[in-house]
Design a protein around this ligand. Structure first.
Ligand SMILES: NC(=O)c1ccc[n+]([C@@H]2O[C@H](COP(=O)([O-])OP(=O)(O)OC[C@H]3O[C@@H](n4cnc5c(N)ncnc54)[C@H](O)[C@@H]3O)[C@@H](O)[C@H]2O)c1
Length: 270
């Protein structure tokens, strides 16, 4: 159902790889709510070609950008503003990648070269995106930026490995840049801390099946799906949340505030 919450708004969506991606689900919902979109992903992801299906469905151009490359970002913002004929109202940062996890490195034996790259792609990239928008004055007043995160930033989930540190940094940048951008232009910046979700990035976490069913049992409402995350992002891009900024917002069916559930106790007593 559409509420026209984003009618007339223009946004850039980073990170739609395939139809399971949270960014893909969010692009569909934003389109339904009346937004005009530009889709972006790393050139290597664009070569898969999947994103063209989404582009067609939401009538959006696809502009490649490696988020660790300032030239790419500048070009993306220039072309997006040209396409929209003006400023940008919202941005979804839905990007994450761990090189050490990919290479099977345990947290206690990190390769620091890989670690730098992980932090750059998964966290500092948010700063790079905001900095580019700031320098070009690309975001409209009351613009909204949302980045996706995970509760491993607050609590230990050992197999989340170096991504836990990346998410902690991402949430820090959200607060710090959120302060400056609110003062400069009333732009709000928040992270959404999502339940484990079956996507390419999510499934990269070791023992993901056990992990997702544990979270399901530990969440009074159950795990939040990608589509439900998309709904939540729409509200944050809308004018209904204009005074929300610098927050880490849990979207996890109650997992973050639950000590234990009957379902987990029953499992332990077996
Ligand atoms: N799936 C989960 O369980 C879960 C839970 C909480 C938070 N998140 C977060 O949600 C976000 C989206 O992940 P997803 O689960 O939809 O998986 P996904 O694999 O579909 O999306 C990750 C995206 O990051 C992009 N990316 C990687 N390197 C890039 C680069 N250098 N430049 C530009 N883009 C790059 C990929 O191409 C991909 O589109 C991530 O930040 C992830 O950490 C996921």
């Amino acid at each position: 159902m559409s509420y026209n919450l984003l009618k007339g708004k223009k946004g850039i969506i980073f990170g739609a790889l395939d139809e399971k991606s949270i960014a893909w689900r969010t692009a569909l919902r934003c389109h339904e709510e009346g937004a005009q979109l530009v889709l972006s992903n790393a050139p290597v992801a664009l070569r898969m070609g999947e994103i063209n299906k989404l582009a067609e469905a939401v009538h959006a151009p696809v502009i490649g950008a490696d988020v660790t490359n300032m030239e790419d970002l500048k070009k993306l913002f220039e072309e997006s503003m040209k396409h929209f004929g003006g400023g940008i109202d919202f941005i979804l940062h839905s990007i994450g990648m761990s090189l050490n996890v990919r290479k099977g490195k345990h947290y206690t034996e990190l390769d620091y070269g890989f670690n730098q790259k992980t932090l750059d792609i998964s966290a500092v990239s948010l700063h790079r995106v905001l900095r580019t928008a700031w320098d070009m004055d690309a975001l409209n007043e009351y613009g909204s930026v949302v980045a996706l995160t995970y509760i491993a930033a607050q609590r230990v989930f050992p197999d989340y490995n170096e991504m836990a540190d990346a998410k902690t940094l991402l949430e820090g940048i959200t607060r710090s840049f959120g302060y400056h951008y609110a003062i400069k232009k009333k732009v709000r910046i928040n992270t959404v801390s999502q339940s484990p979700t079956r996507t390419t990035a999510g499934s990269g976490v070791k023992g993901f099946d056990g992990f997702i069913s544990y979270a399901e049992k530990m969440s009074p409402l159950g795990n939040a799906t990608g589509d439900q995350c998309a709904d939540y992002c729409v509200t944050l891009f809308s004018d209904l949340t204009r005074m929300v900024t610098m927050q880490n917002l849990f979207h996890d069916g109650g997992f973050s505030f639950t000590g234990v559930t009957e379902a987990v106790i029953n499992q332990m007593e077996k």
